[in-house]
Write a protein that binds this ligand. Structure first.
Ligand code: JFZ
Length: 587
């Protein structure tokens, strides 16, 4: 039975951006090889391997968190883990059904794990007998079957490949619970397994749309370059993600489940689990519903990114039915609103308190996550020409009255949202609108001022990453390293005079204690404590400390409809470790 502290023993890499290849330049949208990818916007990620058979359980102990790391967490020896192959026999594996589900979900490409950190290949590899054909009773090449199904359905197919971590191999990284890697020769691993397997994948399965690398960690630039060169020689159009490491790749894979606060230039993607694990875990039914998936997809597309959502088939080859049903609902919405996503991208108007906006040519699509009180939707922006607006669906939609205002338009909507998951309004603008100057605070919503948009004096904005369940990564831009002379400022303008409640979202350790703060809006002052929220003061086993965000009310003020500046200042030096993600104004 695993003890508590061994759960996180010995983080394989420590936490640095290079573990995940985050430092990569932002990809180049002028690279025509990525055009189809940008137009597609939405893809299926598949994590399937021996871990799927284990389903998160080992020796009668159930591990919560990402199931594909079970060997690491249960510290299973490579020899014992390899024996699991003898019971891997996915009798219900139906690649055509997987591809049909991707199509029904509106997903336009598939990327599947060809070899994850466990070292097991889902295809017939002449390089290592630790593969689905030679080592399992199933005995067939699962990737060849999937590639055939993808070709039949005209579905681009890519392969995930773990190029640095391989817990089965003495010359790779990551297995730090046995001494098998004590005399590691990573160059030998690269030459004798990685490069030959990449050649197998790029010569034996037809056109490969992506090679998706992961946790580059200790690989050096020359080694990343060797891999990239091999890909380019064999399939020049195969797109490589940033986790090949060392600032290389055709596009950036952000941190798992990370949606950037602001629009991102270049080619990039957010990747999401459907529940809280990539590989199948029998106890994890924390499925994101269709509304949450669509909200995340739309927020990513509205910032110029692509969104890849994962499915984790079980050891029999079955995608959990609830996961599949939810994906079909997502697909039904996408079918009705295709133009708002496929080929669409970031809009000039950014996010709003009520939702977000994507653009496709001269058309803007407003995605209303929170229906406006009294049915009047305020859209901040400078609209110089006449705007036509209508509720959007493929069958058309009712026209909406547009009321022009200073630096905004208002739309009179039906009193209640239609039954659609996320109602969409199409704006036809003769001239592309420009963003409103500054932030407009809208009545009836929580207007968030994120850390990334603050004007800072003697305080830093850094991205904090931590795990909730093991491997269930979260990320937040936080204002931190506060000093007595620190100031964080946000400029804004309430659309109307309003009585507003000001809230702060933060995380802080018990050691930090309760800290005192002042918040000024014009000459009005609020003074309040941020009481310790219970953040771990140190990480366990080398993993980052876990944040514990909470939101408090700083106070309520009467605000006039004029340009305002909100200033947040600590009253004590001890506030240095407090992590503040946002200030918000709600009415
Ligand atoms: C890696 C893998 O270790 C994991 O099993 C899964 O395949 C995932 C898609 O990729 O895990 C990561 C990679 C990046 C981050 C976190 C976990 N990150 O940047 O926060």
């Amino acid at each position: 039975m695993a003890s508590k502290n061994t759960e996180h023993e010995g983080c394989a890499f420590g936490i640095d951006p290079e573990m995940w290849g985050e430092r990569m330049t932002r990809g180049d949208t002028s690279d025509c090889r990525t055009d189809w990818f940008r137009m597609s916007r939405f893809g299926m990620f598949i994590h399937w391997g021996l871990y799927s058979e284990l389903a998160g359980e080992w020796n009668g102990y159930s591990y919560h968190g990402i199931g594909e790391w079970l060997q690491f967490r249960a510290r299973i020896s490579a020899a014992d883990y390899a024996k699991i192959a003898s019971r891997f026999n996915p009798r219900e594996y139906d690649p055509r059904a997987w591809v049909a589900l991707a199509k029904a979900a509106g997903m336009r490409y598939i990327i599947i794990t060809s070899k994850h950190h466990e070292g097991f290949a889902l295809y017939k590899s002449a390089v290592s007998a630790f593969n689905i054909v030679d080592a399992t009773p199933y005995g067939k090449d699962a990737l060849a079957e999937l590639a055939a199904a993808c070709r039949e359905a005209d579905m681009p197919l890519g392969f995930y490949y773990s190029q640095t971590q391989d817990w089965h191999e003495p010359d790779a990284f990551g297995n730090n619970w046995e001494d098998i890697q004590a005399k590691r020769n990573f160059d030998r691993y690269l030459e004798q397994k990685v490069l030959p397997q990449i050649r197998e994948l790029l010569t034996g399965y037809g056109k490969v749309a992506f090679l998706w690398f992961d946790t580059p960690g200790a690989i050096d630039a020359a080694q990343s370059q060797k891999i990239l060169q091999t890909v380019r020689e064999l399939q020049p159009d195969c797109l490589v993600n940033s986790r090949i490491g060392n600032n290389m790749g055709d596009y950036q894979s952000l941190g798992d489940q990370e949606i950037p606060a602001t629009a991102h230039a270049g080619m990039w993607e957010t990747i999401d689990t459907h529940n809280d694990t990539w590989g199948y875990v029998a106890t994890d039914s924390c499925w994101k519903g269709p509304r949450e998936i669509l909200t995340r997809l739309l927020r990513v597309v509205a910032k110029g990114g692509c969104y890849m959502l994962n499915v984790g088939p079980d050891g029999a080859g079955v995608i959990p039915p609830l996961s599949a049903d939810i994906l079909r609902e997502v697909g039904a919405w996408l079918q009705q609103h295709a133009d708002a996503v496929y080929g669409a991208g970031l809009s000039p108007l950014g996010d709003f308190p009520w939702g977000t906006c994507t653009s496709n040519g001269a058309r803007l699509f407003l995605h209303v996550f929170i229906w406006p009180p009294q049915g009047r939707l305020v859209v901040p922006g400078i609209f110089r020409e006449k705007v036509n607006a209508r509720m959007w669906s493929r069958q058309g939609g009712e026209s909406l009255e547009v009321i022009p205002g200073e630096n905004h338009i208002a739309l009179n909507l039906p009193m209640h949202a239609s039954s659609l998951l996320i109602p969409v309004i199409e704006l036809e603008c003769q001239q592309t609108p420009q963003p409103a100057p500054g932030v407009m605070v809208l009545e009836g919503y929580r207007n968030e001022f994120p850390a990334s948009r603050a004007k800072l004096t003697e305080v830093e904005c850094t991205k904090q990453s931590w795990m909730e369940k093991f491997g269930d990564w979260k990320h937040a831009d936080c204002l931190t390293q506060w000093k007595r002379e620190s100031v964080a400022e946000w400029r804004f303008k309430p659309l109307l005079s309003m009585r507003a409640t000001i809230q702060i979202e933060y995380s802080s350790t018990f050691e930090n204690g309760d800290t005192k703060w002042q918040l000024w809006i014009g000459s009005q002052k609020l003074e309040f404590p941020l009481i310790a929220s219970g953040e771990d003061s140190t990480g366990i086993g080398g993993w980052p400390r876990r944040m514990r965000f909470r939101t408090i009310i700083a106070g309520t003020l009467q605000l006039n409809a004029e340009e305002q500046c909100l200033r947040l200042v600590p009253l004590e030096r001890e506030a240095n470790a407090v992590n503040i993600t946002s200030v918000s104004i709600s009415t």
